[in-house]
Design a binder for this molecule. Structure first.
Ligand code: HEC
Ligand code: HEC
Length: 224
């Protein structure tokens, strides 16, 4: 079981080594030209544009999304609790956030060797359906005792890592590796967001390490 899971993950990762737009943000036009697949759209880095694209997706259906989630479970678990530190928890996120990120990967605005390949294989309906499925998961976050809550983050990401505003994702139980990689992506412009980018720019390495350690120590489990 474990072995075959690993092999599938490796196969997806190997497939991801096909030529990809290396710096999609820097050269959107060239990047889309090299993107291959008929579906490859122009990279859209802009949050508003992604939100508009998400708003124009068809209505999602969680039951159909469960079938799509079969393609995600190796890395994200069927309920959206990640099975590897590089992959984030996506269960119980806002459907809208999940749609925006999948559209960002599919368009090349956000690049990851595993997710870019996965997202390019999804049509609009599958994106909406998968987002509905993962958004419908009921998970419980249990913050660690005796650790200082990261004050800089709680207004948007919550004191237990469950987002306090609709635009923000949950950070509950995300690995320090993932949190640090994403903050770095906001700092160097690979990801851009009017709320998060300025916070990422202003954060000291100590603040980042403390926040990553805190949210990484939150336990995220299926609701009873
Ligand atoms: C081979 C492993 C793998 C598979 C399979 C996979 N993912 Fe991912 N996913 C990742 C990794 C790794 C990341 C983090 C990418 C990054 O660092 O930017 C990610 C990120 C995401 C994100 C962004 C979440 C956030 O909080 O920003 C979404 C949404 C997502 N995946 C959805 C899916 C869906 C839906 C499927 C199935 C259709 C899927 N993934 C299949 C590995 C995988
Ligand atoms: C003013 C609100 C706000 C504050 C404060 C804030 N964030 Fe965010 N954060 C956001 C939003 C909004 C996003 C989603 C951006 C997007 O759509 O790409 C985000 C995304 C993230 C992500 C990516 C998560 C994922 O699943 O991919 C990480 C990691 C993150 N923030 C870490 C932090 C940390 C650590 C702090 C505190 C030091 C912090 N943020 C403070 C609003 C905020």
């Amino acid at each position: 079981m474990k072995g075959s899971t690993l092999i599938r993950a490796a196969a997806v990762a190997a497939a991801a080594l096909a030529p990809l737009p290396g710096a999609a943000q820097d050269a959107p036009a060239e990047a889309s030209a090299g993107a291959g697949g008929a579906e490859a759209a122009k990279p859209v880095a802009d949050s508003d544009a992604l939100a508009q694209m998400a708003a124009s997706l068809p209505e999602g259906d969680a039951e159909r999304g469960k079938a799509v989630a079969g393609q995600c479970r190796t890395c994200h678990g069927l309920n959206g609790i990640a099975t590897m530190p590089q992959a984030p928890n996506i269960g119980a996120e806002q459907a809208d956030y999940l749609e925006r990120q999948l559209l960002a990967f599919r368009s090349g605005a956000r690049v990851n060797e595993m997710m870019t390949v996965v997202a390019r294989g999804l049509d609009d309906q599958e994106i909406a359906d998968a987002a509905s499925w993962f958004a419908a998961q009921r998970l419980v976050a249990m913050p660690p005792d005796g650790r200082t809550v990261p004050e800089l983050c709680v207004a948007c990401h919550g004191a237990d890592g469950i987002a306090a505003i609709p635009e923000a994702p949950n950070l509950a139980g995300e690995s320090a590796i993932y949190i640090e990689a994403q903050v770095k992506a906001f700092r160097n412009g690979q990801r851009a967001d009017p709320l998060m980018s300025p916070v990422a720019m202003a954060m000291t390495p100590e603040e980042l390490a403390e926040a990553a350690a805190f949210y990484g120590a939150v336990r995220l489990v299926p609701a009873p």
